[in-house]
Design a protein around this ligand. Structure first.
Ligand code: GLP
Length: 242
């Protein structure tokens, strides 16, 4: 595991944005695995800045996102498709038809999941997968469970996740109860995994994930088995533990 210790959230975003941009520069047709949530926002700002400076060309890049709420369409401002368009896709020269998320409008879970796995498979896998970390150790929307998921699945969101994500909605009641998420098996097959963690509130779960027992009860703990894990955290999240 390579660890980058950043000063703060902005600095962590600069490092993550640099790594993802360098991936594109060295392999213009890269498949990037992308993430949502507050954590990666500063990374996307950095990527946009480097694009605006003329340093990165997204014309051949393809992206797959980790997850999407079941029941939300891309026009819904709370959907992850909307988030990605706003934060990155509308601001760089990527072809939107090369950007993929699970289809939140597909009511048949089996279809949504098999379709998404076929898309990822068709792209030939993921060069680098960006991940945030949920407060209960979830990655994507892979919640604590009895087993590690292999492929895309429809999950029931944990109460703690609904409550944490209610800040993006007008209240917890508005948060969809289910989501489609890329499986942990797919995440683990990415060439590189880039875990971005900021804030003191993530410190305990990060330590348990990377220094404790590997268990599906703490999904991020499997990342310790990844061959190329890069951890970018700020001082608040890393403390003296890494
Ligand atoms: C959501 C997303 C995750 C993300 C997590 C943490 O549940 N599905 O991919 O990592 O939130 O979000 P934040 O970065 O806002 O703490």
């Amino acid at each position: 595991m390579i660890v980058y210790k950043a000063e703060n959230k902005e600095d962590a975003g600069r490092i993550v944005g640099n790594i993802l941009s360098a991936q594109i520069v060295t392999k213009p047709e890269s498949v990037l695995g992308l993430a949502t949530g507050s954590t990666p926002e500063t990374a996307y700002e950095r990527m946009v800045k480097l694009y605006e400076q003329g340093d990165v060309d997204y014309s051949k890049v393809k992206t797959v996102n980790l997850d999407e709420y079941k029941g939300l369409s891309g026009d819904d401002s709370r959907s992850y498709r909307f988030f990605m368009n706003e934060k990155l896709f509308n601001r760089v020269n990527i072809d939107k038809s090369n950007t993929y998320l699970p289809d939140g409008t597909e009511s048949d879970s089996e279809t949504a999941c098999t379709d998404y796995d076929a898309i990822i498979e068709g792209l030939g896998g993921i060069d680098i997968q960006l991940l945030g970390l949920g407060c209960n150790g979830h990655i994507g929307f892979n919640e604590p469970a009895e087993y590690f998921s292999l492929s895309t699945q429809c999950v029931d969101l944990a109460e703690s996740t609904i409550s944490a994500n209610s800040r993006f909605f007008s209240g917890a009641d508005e948060v969809p109860r289910q989501a489609y998420t890329m499986g942990i098996g797919t995440i683990m097959r990415a060439e590189r995994v880039l875990l971005m963690v900021t804030g003191e509130n993530k410190r305990d779960i990060l330590v348990r994930a990377l220094n404790g027992e590997v268990t599906p009860r703490l999904p991020a703990s499997i990342l310790r088995f990844h061959k190329n894990l890069i951890l970018v955290g700020d001082k608040d999240a890393l403390g003296e533990n890494f």
